[in-house]
Design a protein around this ligand. Structure first.
Ligand SMILES: CC(C)(COP(=O)(O)OP(=O)(O)OC[C@H]1O[C@@H](n2cnc3c(N)ncnc32)[C@H](O)[C@@H]1OP(=O)(O)O)[C@@H](O)C(=O)NCCC(=O)NCCS
Length: 154
């Protein structure tokens, strides 16, 4: 579906969104083939930091009045931003919601003076990050496998 056909609104998350975001993160993560078993064995891996919400560092994508995706960011000590989480409701994948969230985060990061947006990407999302303007910096060993080190210049 074309991104322009969706009316996607981005807003900052508030504390009451937390349970909705955790449930969404579960559904999105379990749809990544191969991640399912590891997550079911380690459910504590799915938790969105309350601190994130309190700091205004979580942005939600609302479509037709319902949250269908979110991004969480961290501000790095070098002044750049890191995408710490990005999840879209599986029923709404490939509708431009992830791209919309990334563009929003890039604008916010740029406005804060950052020149780069970093992410340690799930290999399942490699095509998404490549399509979203990220360049590969290598890989890193993570708790549940390999992570892709990626960077987008702002
Ligand atoms: C990765 C994720 C956030 C992408 O969100 P999305 O809303 O489906 O992405 P978009 O619709 O904005 O996709 C933008 C472009 O990325 C590329 N892309 C996205 N998903 C893709 C896929 N599964 N395969 C190939 N290309 C893909 C396409 O070029 C797409 O544009 P197009 O649909 O016009 O061809 C979503 O699939 C998700 O939540 N995955 C599970 C959680 C996850 O792995 N998150 C990343 C953590 S690092």
């Amino acid at each position: 579906m074309n991104q322009m056909k969706r009316d996607i609104t981005i807003r900052t998350a508030v504390a009451v969104d937390q349970k909705t975001l955790e449930a969404l993160q579960w559904r999105a993560s379990l749809n990544n083939p191969g991640d399912r078993e590891a997550l079911l064995a380690h459910p504590e891996a799915i938790s969105i930091s309350v601190q994130h919400n309190e700091c205004g560092n979580v942005f939600v994508a609302v479509v037709d009045g319902a949250i269908q995706g979110f991004a969480a960011v961290i501000q790095r000590t070098d002044g750049n931003w890191e995408l710490d989480a990005l999840f879209v409701e599986p029923e709404h994948w490939r509708q431009g919601i992830g791209r919309h969230l990334v563009e929003y985060v890039c604008l916010q990061a740029e406005a804060s003076g950052a020149t780069e947006l970093h992410v340690i990407g799930n290999p399942h999302a490699q095509a998404f990050y490549e399509a979203s303007g990220f360049e590969s910096l290598g890989t890193v060993t993570m708790r549940f496998g390999v992570g892709l080190l990626l960077k987008r210049r702002l």
